[in-house]
Design a protein around this ligand. Structure first.
Ligand SMILES: Cc1cc2nc3c(=O)[nH]c(=O)nc-3n(C[C@H](O)[C@H](O)[C@H](O)COP(=O)(O)O)c2cc1C
Length: 290
């Protein structure tokens, strides 16, 4: 079997999930073709016998580039497709219906969504995931991906049918698409920017160009935060919307390098509170007590 994995990622979480799927599928002797949804991707036909689509949850829905990418596809009638959303909060409000719009768009193009699921990764916005919980999530990932891979390759898995309230919330989340453009146009370039162009060459929507060694933002921002967290000089500030950015930054590679096995005590303490209900449930399902 040949499996195509398409993903969109801002700060690397979904890329890491997609790479984990690729490793798992290759280990089962199938061929894998990985494709990052970005400005340089040609809308060619999806190759293979199965498509896995992964994207981060933005305001209870998919980021705009994911929906645009599907809209630009020629479609492959009946191609079995699995959809995975990657969130910080798990299957709770507003994330419950986070795959509904993607599934609808895929169905419109003839893809047959056979399976779906949620992966939880450390948060890159507003509220940081505490270290013990972040570690537990990273340790749980291979097990979650192995479980989903087995289901998908066997032609199984499940499909959700969220209630109308969740669908409405997810639809409202599409306001984020307009908000993201607004966000991008208000990113301030601080005086210590050295004009290295890192942001322009790494923006996943091709929204930044360098003009006289200063980044200039267009109207295609997806608010993925890659430029803000990744700027080598920490010279980009989202102005009024700076509350969405974690004060300590977000660096998945550093989290992966310093990964440790958290104690149950730390995990219980750090995952307390209503915000983390979905994360606790996710970790419990993955075999962690908390
Ligand atoms: C603009 C924006 C909106 C987000 N909205 C949600 C949300 O509604 N629910 C949630 O659980 N996480 C939300 N997140 C967190 C991301 O879904 C999560 O951290 C994800 O793993 C990031 O993946 P990435 O690194 O591939 O971009 C949001 C992140 C951003 C940047």
């Amino acid at each position: 079997m040949t499996v195509s994995i398409a993903f969109f990622s801002g700060t690397g979480n979904t890329r890491h999930v997609a790479e984990q799927f690729a490793r798992e599928i290759r280990a089962r002797n199938h061929a894998v073709h990985v494709l990052e949804i970005g400005p340089n991707v040609k809308d060619g036909p999806i190759v293979g016998d199965l498509l896995i689509l992964c994207f981060p949850v933005h305001a209870g829905n998919a980021p705009r580039p994911v929906l645009d990418w599907i809209a630009g596809q020629r479609g492959r009638s009946g191609l079995p497709t699995a959809v995975f959303s990657v969130s910080a909060g798990g299957t709770v409000i507003p994330n419950v219906a986070s795959r509904v719009w993607v599934k609808r768009r895929l169905a419109h193009k003839g893809y047959e969504v056979v399976s779906e699921g949620m992966i939880v990764m450390p948060s890159n916005w507003i509220i940081p995931t505490k270290p013990a919980v972040a570690n537990a999530l990273l340790l749980a990932l291979p097990h979650k991906v192995a479980f989903f891979t087995q289901q998908v390759l066997a032609g199984g898995g499940h499909r959700d049918c969220p209630g109308i309230g969740h669908r409405v919330l997810s639809a409202l989340g599409r306001v984020e698409h307009a908000g993201a453009r607004w966000f991008g146009q208000r990113i301030e370039v601080r005086t210590h920017c050295v004009g290295c162009g890192w942001c322009a060459s790494h923006c996943p929507t091709g929204n930044i160009r360098m003009v006289e060694q200063r980044p200039r933002f267009g109207g295609r921002c997806a608010a993925c935060l890659r430029c803000v967290y990744g700027c080598p000089q920490n010279a980009l500030s989202p102005g009024m919307a700076r509350f969405v950015v974690l004060a300590g930054g977000y660096d998945l590679q550093r989290l992966l390098q310093t990964r440790t096995n958290p104690t149950e005590r730390d995990l219980n303490r750090e995952s307390a509170g209503v915000v983390w209900i979905g994360v606790r449930r996710y970790l419990r399902e993955a075999g962690r007590r908390c």
